[in-house]
Design a protein around this ligand. Structure first.
Ligand code: SF4
Length: 224
């Protein structure tokens, strides 16, 4: 995707929204997530704009790198591409379901998803193929999709909470949801999605990067 072809389509909150046609959606997973077959990023860019985000370095342009958090690219043909890619995989390997990491360089439940519902549509495409799915997010919006998530047979949901102290969160990721909202969301997911012998479901809190937690907040963070 070349930035020269991008045109701002709309504003969502303070973010410039671009829409592009992606050539592929499932990308071979590499590096620290190479244990998975693919990464899947419905969007480029991320409205949370965390100050430590390594994904900012993959911005296609220095100006966009500087403006990390203020732009999002929607892969508007993502549903159609994923349908084709999964069908192709299934034809070649009917007895081997792929493992998919959603997402490695964006948050699939960033604020725009409330309007766009692209992640939700992609979950619907994935369901018949029953991939091993890992969802990495810091957004309570994921609870919107409990009806779909409960139908996956192999699912891990990682909720990112890098600190137990709100002032630290506000310093490093001021646009992201509160720690309390994230803890409540993971609690809701655990209680709403039933685990039985046919379902391998895991829920985790990922503390990366490991930001400081003030001593007075440690106990509450650990208990929760
Ligand atoms: S939520 Fe994740 S992808 Fe988005 S800015 Fe923060 S670290 Fe980066």
């Amino acid at each position: 995707m070349s930035i020269k072809k991008w045109i701002v389509q709309e504003k969502f909150a303070s973010a410039d929204i671009y829409k592009v046609k992606a050539r592929s959606l499932l990308n071979k997973a590499t590096g620290f997530i190479s244990a998975y077959d693919f990464t899947l990023n419905p969007y480029r860019g991320c409205q949370y704009g965390c100050s430590y985000c390594y994904a900012a370095a993959f911005s296609p342009d220095p100006k966009l790198r500087q403006a990390w958090g203020d732009w999002v690219v929607v892969k508007e043909n993502a549903v159609e591409i994923l349908e084709k890619e999964l069908a192709r995989w299934h034809k070649k390997r009917p007895h081997h379901t792929p493992s998919i990491y959603l997402s490695s360089v964006t948050d699939p439940y960033q604020p725009l998803e409330a309007k766009q519902q692209l992640t939700r549509e992609l979950l619907k495409v994935m369901l018949p193929y029953q991939p091993t799915l890992v969802i990495q997010t810091r957004s309570p919006m994921i609870t919107r999709d409990i009806d779909l998530l409960g139908q996956f047979e192999r699912l891990r949901i990682n909720m990112s909470i890098p600190t137990g102290s709100e002032p630290v969160r506000q310093d490093f990721e001021p646009r992201s949801p509160s720690i309390k909202a994230r803890l409540q969301a993971i609690g809701k997911l655990r209680h709403s999605i039933s685990c039985d012998t046919n379902h391998d479901l895991r829920f985790s809190i990922t503390i990366t990067p490991l930001l400081p937690t003030f001593p007075e907040h440690e106990r509450e963070f650990i208990i929760n």
